[in-house]
Design a protein around this ligand. Structure first.
Ligand code: GDD
Ligand code: MG
Length: 371
């Protein structure tokens, strides 16, 4: 079976992290997110992968190449302008054959059993089968009610609360028969969620839903991107950590210098060549990239630091995300899902909270921001 992965979106909700890196290439516990999807597919024998890219497509190709290093065969199809989720599939038609194929949204972290999904699809003799997952707030997703036989009764993208009739939503993973391509116009921006699926259902075509209890998360918002890290570190989904486990729940890469007076409480993952100075405390659910310097007296918890971050004395980072090369001065507080873009320099004693987002390369002087 071949797989098409949709990676053409701009990842707007994850800006500024996605200003130079497409969402599926953001690190997930120090490994590009997409690598996790690739491992899952390979586990189920899916080795032919078509990446439907548009936004910053070269970032994918320069890392994965033809896929050989990962035991895969990857082709890249680049869109000049966004074709939408379904238009993107029509655009890769020449790489598909006459058998069923699997489609993945490029921002889904899951441990779905793909074989089970495929068997279910075949047993229902469906043209399209959608993985469904239950969520607390369906309004950010595609609402997908099914009847007692598993047939999808309608598809409503991003419903308002008064339209919510089920907690089952589209998980962004489909098994499709090639006939589905007939429902997609050529070279046009067209969506599965607002076009193809509602139309197929209206015409009485067999669209089935597969409710799944597998781990599932869309990593496309800062909250969910952090949650993905917390869930991986909390072992709610299987993940092979890089580095050595130096004590229970603490994984450290090569060449790290950790002061004997520093405290690390797992689960924590740290990359290579990091330095942790005396009296620094790293609490659980934290991921630190390569080449980071954590200064004396710094406290970090529940956060994600990309490579090359430098955190000066007595700063505090809590439940926040710092892109590559961020530098914090002395006694800076970064908390409450703050997102700091690449190479930002924050002067001493600033207080960055409440979901603040700061654009790449911004420089902020001493003691300026207090929220
Ligand atoms: N090639 C290509 N071209 N890919 C695209 C395009 C495009 O024009 N537009 C979006 N994508 C890719 C994105 O890169 C992402 O991987 C995927 O399609 C879904 O786009 P999102 O922007 O993340 O959509 P969403 O999260 O709001 O909603 C979708 O996913 C939900 C599950 O997470 C929908 O499919 C919902 O129905 C679903 O519930
Ligand atoms: Mg999404």
């Amino acid at each position: 079976m071949k797989a098409v992965i949709l990676v053409g979106g701009q990842g707007t909700r994850l800006r500024p992290l996605t200003c130079a890196t497409p969402k599926p290439m953001l690190p997930l516990v120090n490994i590009p997110f997409l690598e996790h999807t690739f491992k899952l597919l390979k586990n189920y024998g899916v080795e032919d992968i078509i990446l439907s890219a548009g936004y910053l497509p070269d970032v994918f190709e320069s890392y994965f190449g033809n896929g050989e290093r990962h035991g895969l065969n990857i082709v890249y199809v680049k869109e000049d302008k966004p074709l939408g989720t379904a238009g993107a599939i029509k655009n890769v038609e020449r790489y598909l054959d006459d058998s069923s194929f699997v489609v993945f949204n490029g921002d889904i972290l899951t441990d779905l059993n793909i074989e089970q999904l495929l068997e279910y699809h075949k047993s229902k003799k469906a043209l399209a089968t959608l993985m469904l997952t239950s969520v607390e707030d369906p309004t950010s997703y595609g609402l997908v009610p099914i009847d007692g036989t598993g047939k999808v009764t309608y598809f409503l993208e991003k419903p308002s609360w008064d339209e919510v009739t089920t907690d089952l939503v589209n998980a962004g993973i489909y098994i499709l028969e090639p006939e589905v391509l007939n429902f997609i116009p050529k070279a046009e921006n067209y969506s599965f969620e607002r076009g193809v699926f509602p139309e197929m259902i209206e015409k009485g075509e067999r669209v089935s839903g597969f409710p799944s209890n597998a781990y599932w998360l869309d990593i496309g918002t800062p909250q969910n991107y952090l949650k993905a890290h917390h869930d991986i570190l909390g072992r709610r989904i299987k993940f092979d950590f890089k580095g050595m486990q130096t004590k229970l729940g603490v994984w450290v890469g090569d060449n790290c210098k950790i002061s004997s007076k520093a405290n690390i409480f797992g689960p924590v993952v740290m990359g290579e060549n990091c330095q942790v100075e005396p009296n620094a405390t790293i609490f659980g659910y934290t991921t630190i990239g390569n080449d980071c310097i954590i200064g004396p007296g710094v406290t970090i918890s529940g956060s994600v630091l990309f490579n090359d971050c430098k955190i000066n004395r007595s700063s505090v980072i809590k439940d926040s995300i710092l892109d590559k090369g961020v530098e914090l001065g002395v006694k800076v507080h970064v908390e409450e899902t703050a997102v700091l873009g690449e190479k930002i320099k924050i002067g001493s004693e600033n207080l960055l909270k409440r979901g603040i987002k700061i654009w790449p390369k911004t420089k902020i002087g001493k003691n300026i921001i207090k929220f």
